[in-house]
Design a protein around this ligand. Structure first.
Ligand code: 6PG
Length: 246
């Protein structure tokens, strides 16, 4: 029974979010086992879409296949709220993944949403530089997981974001509808990752997937489309999000 259709090298479509998560865990295990250096750095995505994947990753079936002592966890973005706030991306990952795995505390590099946003963007930029190898003058993450907003945003790079050209690694963003402050990795850091995985599920994402994947709509309006230009990007989407691709 077909569990997924590999639309092309970059896009895999799965019948359910659970099957997507299973396959993505195996992709991560493969990259981890193929790593050429001891430490392995991952930037986690926020929002709801990655939750099933995090739960699968921390399940007994997979949990022990990763040496969490060698894994450094970062985030692509964070809402400017305390870590125990229901909006917190760290809070979601902590509940779905971190609280179920044996990862050393010092390997967890959360963005401190409770801090002053500008100061935290500065602090996190330094944290990235301290713990990651540099490439093309930017910190280089081994793997970045990203979600996709229906407006084409990813991390907290919103439509017509002015955080594209900035030289610093992180900046403060403002959610266009809620006005919520966010800290986000800037585009050059996201693009500098060795492997980028978009996790997109649900019929509410079908239209933006069509625009980015079929129309190849590359513009500042759909920030995710700028990232899609990177050859290291792979899209993991479910049937619902792929509705308009056939
Ligand atoms: C965030 C995310 C954001 C998210 C998309 C999709 O902090 O909200 O970084 O980029 O990935 O908005 O969110 P859902 O997965 O909840 O649809």
């Amino acid at each position: 029974m077909e569990i997924f259709v590999n639309y092309n090298q970059k896009l895999s479509i799965f019948r359910t979010p659970q099957l997507l998560a299973d396959n993505l865990v195996n992709q991560l295990l493969k990259l981890f086992n193929q790593r050429t250096k001891q430490k392995f750095s991952i930037a986690l995505a926020g929002g709801n879409s990655p939750k099933v994947f995090y739960q699968k990753l921390s399940s007994p079936q997979y949990n022990s296949q990763l040496d969490w002592k060698q894994i450094q966890l970062f985030w692509g973005d964070e809402r400017c709220v305390p870590p125990d706030n229901e909006e917190s991306n760290f809070g979601m990952a902590n509940q779905a993944l971190i609280s179920n795995i044996n990862i050393p505390q010092q390997n967890i590099h959360r963005i401190k949403g409770e801090n002053n946003p500008e100061q935290e963007a500065e602090r996190y930029s330094k944290e990235l530089k301290r713990h990651l190898k540099m490439g093309n003058n930017y910190p280089c993450l081994d793997v970045i997981f990203l979600g996709l907003g229906s407006d084409g945003h990813t991390a907290s790079l919103f439509p017509n974001s002015n955080n594209l050209e900035k030289e610093n690694y992180c900046s403060v963003a403002v959610h266009p509808t809620t006005g919520q402050n966010r800290i986000t990795l800037n585009l050059p850091v996201l693009l500098n990752a060795s492997h980028i995985f978009f996790i997109v599920t649900g019929s509410e994402k079908a239209e933006i997937i069509r625009k980015i994947i079929l129309e190849k709509n590359i513009s500042r309006k759909y920030l995710a489309s700028l990232i899609n230009e990177n050859p290291n990007v792979k899209w993991f989407i479910d049937n619902d999000a792929a509705e308009y691709l056939f």
